[in-house]
Design a protein around this ligand. Structure first.
Ligand code: ATP
Length: 482
């Protein structure tokens, strides 16, 4: 398994993800997506949106505002319940989430070895003296305070007056924007149960211990669905969504052995939830949540109806009765998904005695789909032909032209950023004094490194087949370049 430092350093070096405000020392809890990272994350969001909204007749989208009426957070329960237990170290003053204290390695000064300092793996006892962690995991010396509840919402003021009446919060989840618009969407779109509303947007949580790169940050993006169903059909719909969402990640490349479902214990369930299952991914720091899929019952609609005084009922034509729908919520993180796709794509291989790093992204997710490369950058005809092919391909896919190194190095660079296809223009393509032009180019596949040769006029059609995963079929037709 790849370690997180390798991913962090690749992400910085190749322009995927940078630390926020790095020139000021960074924040540690926020990250910026660079030129390749924004493409990757946009592709993840686009695939999610297309599959969950545009391809489904029972779904519509929404983009609600981040700042909402303060009463929303009272009604939703966030003001009173959206807390994590926090402890402080009396020695070094660091703060920790009380329920996650044993999830990282811990510092131990071992009495059995003359007080030597050791880093003990997460959750394990010291192998010399058998002691378990009781003190601060970071400094190994300070005692910890009792746990206090800490509300994770970011407080702010709406308008120019900073008084109690102006207090509001940055949304800690996108879901509430959907609940408060339930009736607007229902009426405007004339929807019938079951139907869902999907939204992608930023959420903010003042996490006590952010960390593990983009896994836990204070500003992040969610991809959430609220799927409204008739009460009584909720358990069946819940299971359907769990199965669908679990399959979705694998469709875009997460390996089966790195993804699993974890059912919440009864005492772990949020106050509104009847059942919840997490999709977990085997991140470098261990199995961790990628997406939570909860049965939120009719809790939210009932609460908002009660606090706002507006009816949020649905009139069922069949039974001629008003009901408050139940809701199934598949709630995913755009940043966590992007990180999982990055980690899963990472491969370090040995090719002809040399190390090759390659990101084997699903073609739909790859930031750049095609690189067009000239074999000789001093040959004008080659350069012009390559630039023209690149411009043509760009109309349909994100393609780049690069002539800043030798062809071997250019291939390695594209492998390292996960570009599925390279198109190379050489002397044979354009001809020279000795040979006439064959007007063909070489297409190289990232994963197999196999090469095929196709006429320039067929490149677009061939790439289209290759994008849908038909390398073997196309190669059989064209034959491989020796
Ligand atoms: P955790 O237990 O890891 O704090 P959670 O159960 O509080 O997560 P949810 O409230 O279910 O998370 O949020 C839904 C999704 O939003 C998560 O599965 C995750 O993908 C994403 N998410 C939540 N908090 C963060 C965060 N601090 N940074 C990045 N993504 C987050």
């Amino acid at each position: 398994m790849i370690d997180m430092d390798t991913i962090v350093s690749l992400c910085k070096r190749r322009g995927f993800i940078f630390q926020s405000s790095e020139i000021y020392g960074g924040t540690g809890s926020c990250w910026d997506y660079g030129p390749l990272g924004v493409e990757l994350k946009n592709n993840v969001k686009r695939a999610w949106w297309r599959d969950n909204v545009q391809l489904r007749p029972d779904m519509v989208g929404l983009d609600a505002s981040i700042l909402m009426h303060a009463a929303v957070w009272k009604a939703s329960g966030h003001l009173d319940h959206f807390t994590d237990p926090m402890v402080d170290c009396r020695g070094c003053q660091r703060r920790f989430r009380a329920d996650k204290l044993d999830e990282g390695e811990w510092v131990h000064y071992c009495a059995a070895t003359k007080g030597n300092k050791f880093m003990v793996p997460a959750g394990e006892p010291c192998k010399h003296c058998g002691a378990r962690r009781t003190l601060c995991p970071a400094c190994g010396k300070g005692g910890l305070t009792d746990a206090r509840q800490f509300n994770l919402m970011f407080k702010t003021f709406m308008g120019p007056v900073e008084d109690a009446a102006a207090v509001t919060y940055l949304r800690p989840e996108t879901a509430q924007g959907i609940f408060v618009n339930f009736d607007n969407v229902l009426q405007a779109m004339r929807l019938k149960l079951p139907f869902g509303i999907a939204q992608i947007g930023k959420a903010f949580r003042n996490e006590i211990t952010p960390g593990n790169f983009t896994f836990r940050t204070r500003e992040f993006e969610q991809m959430e669905i609220e799927y409204f169903v008739m009460p009584g059909t909720d358990e069946e719909w819940h299971q359907r969504w769990i199965d669908e969402r679990f399959a979705w990640y694998q469709e875009y490349g997460l390996r089966k052995e790195n993804i699993r479902l974890r059912e919440h214990e009864k005492d772990e369930l949020a106050h509104y939830a009847k059942r919840c299952a997490d999709i977990e991914y085997l991140f470098p720091m261990g199995w961790s949540e990628l997406e939570g899929i909860a049965n939120r019952t009719d809790f939210d609609l009932k609460q908002h109806s009660q606090f706002s005084g507006k009816s949020l009922e649905y009139f069922d034509e069949e039974s001629k009765q008003k009901v408050i729908p139940y809701v199934i919520e598949p709630s995913a993180g755009a940043d966590r998904s992007t990180l999982a796709f990055l980690v899963d794509a990472y491969h370090a291989e040995e090719v002809k005695g040399e190390k090759r790093v390659v990101l084997k992204f699903h073609p739909e997710l790859a930031p750049i789909k095609i690189a067009v490369l000239p074999l000789l950058k001093k040959n004008n005809q080659i350069v012009e032909t390559a630039k023209k092919i690149c411009a043509d391909l760009r109309r349909r896919w994100y393609a780049v032209y690069d002539d800043t190194a030798s062809i071997g190095r250019l291939y390695r660079r594209q492998d390292e950023i996960g570009t599925p296809f390279c198109v190379t223009v050489d002397v044979q393509t354009v001809g020279d004094a000795k040979a006439t032009a064959d007007q063909k180019v070489t297409i190289r596949g990232r994963d197999s490194m196999e090469q095929i040769r196709v006429p320039i006029s067929a490149v677009e059609a061939v790439i289209s087949d290759l994008m849908s995963g038909q390398w073997a079929a196309v190669a059989k037709q064209t034959g491989l370049v020796a």
